[in-house]
Design a protein around this ligand. Structure first.
Ligand SMILES: Cc1cc2nc3c(=O)[nH]c(=O)nc-3n(C[C@H](O)[C@H](O)[C@H](O)COP(=O)(O)O)c2cc1C
Length: 207
């Protein structure tokens, strides 16, 4: 069983990264194989809104004209059994590198010229995901006042994943070298286990 983490933070060893590590460590303890992709290290260009990828009808993602790491990344996500999707909150939303990745998912929509709005090609979301974010403000305030969780959920959904849990860490910018609170660590471990259990359940159902 393979779990992929897509991390949109800018600091390795930051709060977001630490929470991802903890979720993945728990998932490995439960028998999963894990991989982390830091979006800051990947070659991902901006969507050009040429809409080439949205023209052909059908359930398969459209082909993007840009040759970068996106194709390999999407193939790895297709092959994964579960996802951890993480981004710190910057100016009330996901980070710029996360947004750039999200925008490249336009290929999951059918949207030929002449149609006013896109239609998701394949609305199936049957693989589990854990969503992680962090903010300087207390978590309950950030959660109530921004759309960040909805954005992460939407992104996971376009990739075929549904959330089984959210870890939102507030007061995350107090220290230069942040430490996960015991509460966040405990929740991260629980979510890592849950991710594996849900993915195993899906495999069992498919047999
Ligand atoms: C450019 C920038 C914008 C930020 N905007 C917000 C914000 O709008 N609200 C907030 O609560 N924290 C904000 N923060 C604080 C980050 O959310 C916090 O530093 C981050 O969660 C820490 O994650 P990391 O340790 O994984 O890097 C911002 C930080 C940066 C660098």
């Amino acid at each position: 069983m393979k779990i992929i983490a897509i991390v949109g933070g800018y600091r390795k060893g930051g709060m977001t990264d630490a929470a991802v590590d903890e979720v993945l460590a728990a998932a490995r303890d439960a028998g999963a194989e894990t991989e982390i992709i830091h979006l800051i290290d990947a070659h991902i260009e901006f969507c050009r809104n040429c809409r080439t990828c949205t023209q052909a009808e059908g359930p398969q993602r459209g082909e993007c004209v840009i040759e970068d790491d996106m194709q390999a990344l999407l193939a790895a996500l297709d092959a994964a059994d579960a996802l951890v999707l993480a981004s710190p909150m910057n100016f009330g939303s996901v980070t710029a590198v996360t947004k750039r990745f999200m925008e490249r998912l336009l290929c999951t929509a059918y949207w030929p010229w002449g149609k006013p709005a896109p239609k998701i090609r394949n609305p199936r979301k049957d693989k589990p995901a854990v969503l992680i974010t962090s903010s300087a403000a207390p978590a309950f305030i950030s959660r109530l006042s921004t759309r960040i969780v909805r954005s992460l959920k939407e992104t996971a959904g376009l990739l075929g994943f549904y959330p089984v849990g959210v870890l939102f860490m507030g007061l995350a910018a107090m220290r230069q070298r942040p430490r996960l609170s015991d509460r966040a660590r405990k929740k991260a471990r629980l979510l890592g286990g849950k991710l594996v259990a849900k993915a195993q359940q899906k495999r069992g159902n498919a047999r």
